[in-house]
Design a protein around this ligand. Sequence first.
Ligand code: ATP
Length: 356
Amino acid sequence: MATEKATKRVAVIEGDDAAPEAVRPTIEVIKSMGLPIEWTYPIVGEPAKQEFGHPFPPVSREAIDNADTTFFGSTSGSSGGSLMYLRWGKQTYANVRPARYFRGAKSPLADPEGVDLVIVRENLEDLYVRAEGELASLSNVDIRGATIRKPLAELGEGRYAVKVITREGTERVVRFAFELARRRRKHLTCTSKYNMLPQTDGYFRDIALELASEYPDVEFDTFIVDDFACRIITEPRRFDVIVMPNLYGDILSDAAAGLVGGLGLAASGCYGDDYAYFESAHGTAPDIAGLHIINPTANLLSAAMMLEYLGFRDQAKDLDRAVRHVFATGELTPDQGGSASTEAFCEAVFESIERE
Ligand code: ATP
């Protein structure tokens, strides 16, 4: 973890479609806090292609390497190369996605008060290794399913995808989740489809069970992922930190965001041993691009996670408190039933920080 006080360098990639409309005023709020942060803007996507002939040129990679962290706006493709680098290149294996209810947020629950959980999604493995292909190309390997017992290549025209769960990849994300639980309410849940997929999801759970003995102070339980999907809706307050393989984490963290008020609130940080980057969990909201109504909360809360990572813990708390204050008292963006613009919301957050 970075230590406090010394000047920190943050690389900013603003992203595509509506993402920059949320990223820019978020950065303005952070800038107004007067912290010793130097901001750099690596050139990526179309402008990089025009200037350097590549959407993610070496100079931009260096800018990321030379920064303490990166703040990333969602991408719909053009800055995808930089995202790949931030994730797989920097080995940011733990994707932390909090879902916390703020009074004033538009939750569909009758009683959302007190919902405060964090999904830790394994960020590099599982089906996201993206080893896909034609079934016919498997003719040289004798891979049979447990349910369809003939060689997969003999199933006719079709495709496959490989699910990869490694010991190292699982151990590190589960340890990360246990450590996080230790700093919160000391309760970790592990979920996967371990009954149907004993060799992969079962392995993930077995490793978590193994590691649980090293954390006797953390209460530990496991649920099959479909059961968990139901429980997170019917008893969301029961959960504190939940660790799971990549695909389930991707899907269920959006569902968790829905519980507390929607994607506009979905913050996210991706942590490795040597680097971390921060981005909202939502996409680029292309349908509202140009309207300046994208809810910047996910970006503001991701920025608060970033400040904490950089060692600016008090300021991270101030920012978090200010967002909560505006939710409780201020005008919200249209996704929350209000009529504030993105900039007006950020302005209200800024004023709330100033008043404290
Ligand atoms: P992408 O392919 O980039 O993921 P998408 O449209 O599939 O884009 P999102 O960008 O996550 O997925 O958007 C899903 C829906 O949620 C859209 O209707 C979008 O406008 C809305 N949405 C997402 N983020 C926000 C936000 N911060 N504020 C308001 N609405 C949002």
